[in-house]
Design a protein around this ligand. Sequence first.
Ligand code: G3H
Ligand code: 13P
Ligand code: ZN
Length: 333
Amino acid sequence: MVNYKDLGLVNTKDMFAKAVKGGYAVPAFNFNNMEQLQAIIMAAAETKSPVILQVSKGARNYANQTLLRYMAEGAVEYAKELGWAKPQICLHLDHGDSFELCKSCVDMGFSSVMIDGSSLPYDENVALTKKVCEYAHQHDVTVEGELGVLAGVEDEVQAEESHYTKPEEVIDFTSKTGVDSLAISIGTSHGAYKFKPEQCTRDPKTGKLVPPPLAFDVLAEIEKKLPGFPIVLHGSSSVPQDEVDTINKFGGKLPDAVGIPEEQLRKAAKSAVCKINIDSDSRLAMTAAIRQTFAEKPGEFDPRKYLGPARDNMKKMYMHKIINVLGSNGKAE
Ligand code: G3H
Ligand code: 13P
Ligand code: ZN
């Protein structure tokens, strides 16, 4: 049994309490490899932003669960080396799909877990989430649950259609389960193709897709039912069009990739939304820089020469999110 506190990690309790009060959101960035982790920590340390390092089931399979945990432990020390005296770093399981997976993460040093029972019938979601909370809370590990289904396709997350969270269920769900935060569905979705072209309009000048707005009325209803309760938004990448253009210019093929406009995320961050999940934008920033380097320097074969620019590009993106979208800079001095 590894206690996350011995690793210098924190759970989400204080982070979220401060974020709800302060009208900003804590970034939750997924990582699978060293360059992503370095970029996240550099950005968080430089901006003194609390940060949630997210590990999906797919990331655990790809990078090895033990290695990822030691990387997170190393990240705390690295942050201190960068001059961040009191790093506020949470290690979180993203989209846990079973009690056993959540328990294994609690037992090996995660400070927070998500149990995603959103595709289960309501009563089964309640029962599973409650079971995870009972175990995690014994170890002071915080738990995120989910109500409603996001559209989009990821390796481990699939839902053809999205179903908005039903505001009438949120009080019953949170009180029966004891969750510390609630992920909701208000129109965001996973991946780089968040909306079908027929759901969007087109900007006549650029020809780019303009996505439909998020369901802020549903968010407002939920806030009314659960005043001050931490709300989480998944699927919140913006799919920056300059990165998509770079990828396409240098041999990639991402036609009509579209994300959530940043002004909508800014608005959400000022509300009860206190955790915003971003993975795809990091994948795009990394891929764009690597494709560009390969195209412009075809003789290069030292991985540091293309992973270095990829890391720089991801760091720039993380800093931008922290400072200009979520507003979490300076909140973990
Ligand atoms: O929401 C899912 C995350 O983007 C993780 O994706 O399962 O491909 O690691 P993944
Ligand atoms: P994106 O695919 O929009 O980055 O969402 C990531 C996410 O929700 C991770 O749980
Ligand atoms: Zn997600």
